[in-house]
Design a protein around this ligand. Sequence first.
Ligand SMILES: C[S@@+](CC[C@H](N)C(=O)[O-])C[C@H]1O[C@@H](n2cnc3c(N)ncnc32)[C@H](O)[C@@H]1O
Length: 267
Amino acid sequence: MSSDEAAYADLFDRLERERGFRGNLYRQKCLRRRVAVRMRARGVADVSDYSALLDNDPEEYERLLRVLTINVSKFFRNQETWVVIREEVMPELLQRGGPLLMWSAGSACGEEAYSLAILAWDWLARTGFGGWNGIRIIGTDIDGRSLDAARTGEYPAAALDETPADLKRQWFEADGPYRLKEPIPRLVEFRQRDILAGRPEFDADLILCRNLLIYLDREAQRQVFEIFVETLRSGGFLVLGRVEMLDARVRDVFEVVNPRERIYRKR
Ligand SMILES: C[S@@+](CC[C@H](N)C(=O)[O-])C[C@H]1O[C@@H](n2cnc3c(N)ncnc32)[C@H](O)[C@@H]1O
């Protein structure tokens, strides 16, 4: 192992010990590029000096973790995907009636989970199909600070630049930051959770997991897909990010609903 390799190994051991972040499960090239961003910001040229800096300034752990788990998101990000969710997935799920659970895994600051809440509420209001009874939307993320931000229900304008104009008018108040209108903030629960920590304690009818798997290495991706297969009810939907693919080992478990938008249904 080169001295650079050893220094990174030591840094990621430290991150796991101190903050529970398992860097060895992520793509190393991506992680190292991001570590370099923080090293530059702190004027440090050497990985082992950066590790020493973490000892002296524990707040740097939080800054580093925010960069490593980058939590950029938007409401209705990749609009074409949301058109299919709005017109096909949501009506099919809601027409089934009964309890329903939708899970946004890697929910960042809540944009996706709230987008689901807006579409579900909107559909129920338009169709008069029934009330909100028994519907749960859960957003989970490893980053507790993103979840704190999610719970405020407030967003900068950039988070809404893919939001259809009618929904933006209807569901956001714009005095300073955009603020979600009632009842949307009350419809979503947020929980801190490492997606690799195993199966959650709920079963889901829809799992939205976009732009998280790309950061994980192949083995960690497999673990996540196994968790999804166990968590999804039969007939439940899985929505991945535009550049993410189903792992070959679970391909038979799903039928393809929309290949372009990476939407699948569990058989
Ligand atoms: C690029 S964001 C994607 C946000 C949203 N899903 C979207 O597509 O707009 C990736 C999110 O995954 C979260 N994340 C990274 N590793 C995670 C893990 N092991 N468990 C849970 N969340 C994780 C990050 O904190 C970040 O909020």
